[in-house]
Design a protein around this ligand. Structure first.
Ligand code: SAH
Length: 389
């Protein structure tokens, strides 16, 4: 399916706009080279140059003939999104502000841990889902990122850690599609980018170490099962429809039962029967953190092979919620553990640089008027609009 959108002849003709090779899968690169009158195996060479060696200058690609390099100059380019700034947190977390075509900026975060380094990648400019507790949603929505802009984020991180050098350690060992946006609303581009992440001749990440997180676009999740078997995280945040309708408005379209069932089907279709979904549950004081919610959640998830990741709510200017108290957090965890679930608590990272979950705001040229409403609300409350300036 991902290949179908691209195979139009005019896309690869030298006269038209240059093709950005950064976002092309091996198979699409094969089509590209074929249309240039070249052998398909050039695709593998090109993928290695770009994504294993970090080379973007055709003239440095020494296993390509001079005449092919000239043809490439005429018809193609390797074009990366622009890094506007890069901030390091005292805890080692790094956050980039990245400008994409059209002038908006997205954010990307790297979180180092003892045994791994996780890159949190964005899939859209802003987000259309408008979850009530998420800063990204308050920025409104501009557009989907294309495949080059998604995989370009990993390229940028790899380069910033010198990972393209020969025998360099792999600092980015995991990727989570948990940055700005809803990945399943940008299906083809996200799938293509994740395939490049896992491609042996590119970044070679294992499918266990690439995670797609969704708030519950059920038809797209149903479709995903036939296309990939990356790890799955589902953003639940509430154990019943009444509450979830308020927190995650897409629940009014696809309810909890449908979402959990769809996640279960996805997990069951995976070849490896030991795999589990990760359930994300952001805990907000007095909203979804009561014992009754924990018990309800335990029942809801009975049939789903999963582990539960509790995320203490990270406040942002003008947010309506408060962080869960430690007492409520521990009680919530204990109840779920008592019911036999594996429960982890996500520690807040990169707090000093607003890099934590739900704090990624970027600079979105909003097309939904949501950002204006949010700014008005902030102005009315006289909250400093740090993240929007
Ligand atoms: N749209 C996708 C990908 C974003 S993932 C999804 O919803 O899964 C970002 C994760 O952080 C989600 O689980 C999201 O619900 C959570 N999150 C959002 N805002 C948050 C906040 N203010 N505090 C803590 N977690 C938050």
């Amino acid at each position: 399916m991902p290949d179908s959108a691209l195979n139009t002849a005019e896309q690869f003709t030298p006269q038209s706009v240059k093709t950005n090779l950064l976002g092309l899968s091996v198979s699409k690169l094969g089509d590209f080279f074929e249309q240039l009158g070249e052998k398909r195996f050039r695709a593998t060479q090109m993928v290695k140059w770009i994504h294993q060696m970090g080379e973007c200058d055709f003239d440095q690609m020494t296993n390509l003939s001079k005449s092919l390099r000239e043809k490439l100059h005429e018809s193609a380019e390797i074009c990366l999104p622009e890094v506007v700034s890069c901030q390091d947190s005292t805890d080692g977390t790094r956050k980039w502000l990245i400008k994409v075509e059209g002038g908006s900026c997205i954010e990307m975060v790297y979180i180092p841990e003892k045994d791994r380094g996780t890159l949190c990648v964005s899939s859209q400019i802003g987000c259309a889902l408008d979850c009530s507790f998420c800063a990204t949603g308050k920025q409104g929505f501009n557009r989907d990122l294309n495949t080059a802009e998604i995989i370009g984020q990993l390229w940028i991180a790899a380069q910033s850690f010198d990972q393209f050098a020969a025998k360099a350690p792999r600092r980015v060992s995991n990727v989570v599609m948990m940055g700005m946006g809803e990945p399943l609303m940008n299906f083809n581009n996200v799938v293509d980018a994740m395939n490049l992440m896992m491609e042996d001749n590119a970044y070679g990440l294992s499918k266990r170490r690439v995670t797609l997180s969704t708030a519950g676009v059920v038809p797209a999740l149903d479709q995903l099962a036939g296309v990939t078997d990356v790890s799955l995280a589902i953003s639940l945040h509430a154990p019943n429809d009444e509450l979830r309708n308020e927190l995650v408005p897409i629940n009014r379209k696809y309810n909890l039962k449908q979402f959990v069932e769809s996640a279960k089907n996805y997990i069951e279709k995976m070849p490896d029967n030991r795999r589990k979904a990760t359930v994300e549950y952001t805990l907000m004081d007095q909203v979804n953190d009561r014992s009754v919610h924990a018990r309800e959640l335990a029942v809801l998830l009975k049939e789903l092979p999963c582990k539960i990741n509790l995320i203490p709510f990270n406040p942002f200017p003008g947010s309506d919620y408060k962080r869960v108290t430690n007492t409520a957090l521990n009680r919530f965890r204990d109840i779920l553990q008592g019911e036999g679930y594996t429960v982890t608590v996500r520690t807040t990272r990169g707090d000093d640089i607003a890099a934590a979950c739900g704090q990624l705001a970027g600079e979105v040229n909003d097309r939904t008027k949501r950002q204006q409403r949010y700014k008005n609300k902030l102005a009315a409350e006289e909250v400093p609009v740090k993240m929007l300036d």
